[in-house]
Design a protein around this ligand. Sequence first.
Ligand code: CAA
Ligand code: FAD
Length: 388
Amino acid sequence: MSDFPMYAPSEEHELLRATVRELAEAKIAPFAAEVDEESRFPQEALDALVGHGLHAVHVPEEYGGVGGDALAAAIVIEEVARVCASSSLIPAVNKLGTVPLLLAGSPELRERYLGPVASGEAMFSYALSEAEAGSDAAGMRTRAVRDGDGWVLDGVKSWITNAGESRYYTVMAVTDPEKGAGGISAFVVEAGDPGVSFGPKERKLGIKGSPTRQVVLEGVRVPGDRMIGAEGTGFKTALATLDHTRITIAAQALGIAQGALDFALGYVRERRQFGRPVGDFQGVRFMLADMAMRLEGARQLTYHAAVKSERAMRGERVADLTLVSSACKALASDVAMDVTTDAVQLLGGYGYTRDFPVERMMRDAKITQIYEGTNQIQRLVIARQLLG
Ligand code: CAA
Ligand code: FAD
C-alpha cells in the first residue's frame, strides 16, 4: 500500500508544540495566578516569548519574521493558553493587528510596521469595536476626515486588547458616512501620534492580565500612506482578517480547556473518597471521557480551519474559510466553557477556590464565547454562508 500521509500536524508542528509547552511551563505558568490576581500585564510572558521568537510566529520571513504557518501560530497560542490565557493574547493579538497589513497593506506599510513586530520591539492591536458598535461593527462612529494629503481621526474605540502596551493599532474609521460598510477605511495609528490616549483598564471577570482599554482619538493626523488598502475597503479587510484570526481564538479556547482537563486528571487520581481515588468512579470517568472527546473534536475542526487559513494566505481561493473559521471559534469556545466548568466540578469545593487554577480557567474561558464576535454572531455568519 502506498504511503498515506497522516491527517495531523507534521513532525515540525509537534516539535514546536513541545518547545512552547516547555517554555510555557517554565516561564509563564509560574506567574499566571499572580498576573490574574493583580490584573497586571504578563511582562514575564512577553519577555519569554520574544526571547524564543514565539511572540508573532506568523510574520513572514521577508519582514524579519520566522514565517510560521497558521497551524504553527495556532499551536503557539494553544500551548500558551494552556497555562495562561492572558499571555496567549500576546501572540494572538499581534496576529490580529497585523493580518490587515498582510491582506491589504502596501509593501511600504508592511516593511515599516512588520519588522518591529517580528523583532519583538513593538506589539500591534486591532481597533474595530466601539461602545455602541460591537456586534454591529459597521455602525461605528469614529471618523476620518481628509486633510490635505492625510487624514484626521476622531472617535473612541472600545475594548481594545493590549491597548497601552501596543505601539501600533489597526483602526477602522468612517471615511464616507453615506456609504455604510463601504464607507469605512482602515489605518495604522501609532501610540505616539499626537491626540492618541488610552482609557482606564476595564475591570474584568477573566483574562485579567490582558489590558482592555479604550483608544481615544482626538484630532489624530495620519499621513495618507497610513491607510491600509484603498479608501472604503476597511470593513471588508476587518472581516477578512477575522476569517483568519477567529481560528486563533479557537486555539486559545482549546488551550484553556486542555489546561483544565490536565489539571482535573491529575487531581482525580490523587483525591480519595469512599476509600479510593475519585477517578475510579464511573460518574467521574464518564465526565472525563466527555471532556476529552469534545475537546479533541473542537481541536480537529480548529486545525482543519487553520490549514484552510494558511492556504488562503498563500493565495488559494478557499470558499468555506468564513464558515469553518466561525464554526471552530464557536465550537471550541463552547467546549472550553463546558470543560472548564466540569473541571471545577471534578475538584469539588477546592475547585471553587483560588488555591487551584481551574476557577481562573473557567473565568478565562468565558471571554472566548464573546470576543472576535459573540457566538450568536458566529452562528449568524455560518447561517448566512449556508443560506447565501
Ligand atoms: N470577508 C470579506 N468581506 C466580507 C466578509 C468577509 N468574511 N463578510 C462580509 N463581507 C463584506 C460583504 O460582502 C459586504 O460587502 P458588499 O456590500 O460589497 O457586498 C460588507 O462586507 C458588509 O457585510 P455585511 O452586509 O454582511 O455586514 P453586516 O453589517 O451585516 O455585519 C457581521 C456582518 C458578520 C455581523 C459583522 O459585523 C461581524 O462580524 N460582527 C462582529 C464583530 C466582531 O467580530 N468584532 C471583533 C472585534 S476584535 C476582538 O474582539 C478582539 C479580540 O478578541 C482579542
Ligand atoms: P452587543 O453587540 O451589544 O451584544 C449583546 C448581546 O446581543 C450578545 O449576546 C450578542 O450575541 C447579542 N446580539 C447582538 N446582535 C445580535 C444578532 N444580530 N443576533 C443575535 N444576537 C445578537 N474589539 C476590538 O475591536 N478589538 C479588541 O482587541 C477587542 N478585545 C476585546 C477584549 C475583551 C475582554 C472584550 C470583552 C471585548 C473585546 N472586543 C474587542 C470587543 C468584542 O469584540 C465585542 O465585545 C463583541 O464583538 C460583542 O459586542 P458588544 O460587547 O457590543 O455586544
